[in-house]
Design a protein around this ligand. Structure first.
Ligand code: ZN
Length: 159
């Protein structure tokens, strides 16, 4: 059973910090595993499609990306939730697109945000395995939105 954590709301300082990288000796640890489980439980409880650790008051570079079809993105792929540690976008497509975004930390607002259509992201698993994966469309948007959280940026700053 995992804990559902409270979510920091716009205006709280934690959401403006640049989050710290997960250190080498934190990989494969019980605490990182627990953080990933708690993030996932919190995201599911709030019907989110992604979440970043700073949103639950943990200023560490950990995000979850979990696209699924929804009324705004009926063609979004259903994917198993992917936990990304120290994620970094290593390629952006020049093609961009606008799409509606919301945020668990800004519940009262939605907006059209311009994002790269395709991104290639390099990240580590909880166990410390390095992965490189490309995403396009809605999942690529989630990756960019969540990595913004790690850099202290909310989508409303991109409107
Ligand atoms: Zn958000």
């Amino acid at each position: 059973m995992s804990v559902v954590l409270p979510i920091a709301q716009r205006g709280e300082e934690i959401l403006t910090f640049k989050a710290a990288s997960v250190a080498q000796n934190e990989f494969n640890s019980a605490w990182l595993e627990q953080l990933a489980l708690a993030l996932q439980a919190t995201m599911l409880e709030r019907h989110g499609v992604g979440i970043a650790a700073p949103q639950v008051y943990v200023s560490k570079r950990v995000i979850i990306v979990a696209s699924r079809p929804n009324p705004r993105y009926p063609d979004a792929p259903e994917m198993p939730a992917v936990t990304m540690i120290n994620p970094e976008i290593i390629e952006y497509s020049t093609e961009t697109c606008f799409g509606e975004e919301g945020c668990l930390s800004v519940p009262e607002q939605r907006g059209q945000v311009e994002r790269a259509y395709v991104v290639k992201v390099r990240y580590f698993t909880v166990q410390g395995e390095q992965i490189e994966q490309s995403y396009e469309g809605f999942p690529a948007r989630i990756v960019q939105h969540e990595i913004d959280h790690l850099n202290g940026i909310l989508f409303v700053e991109r409107l």
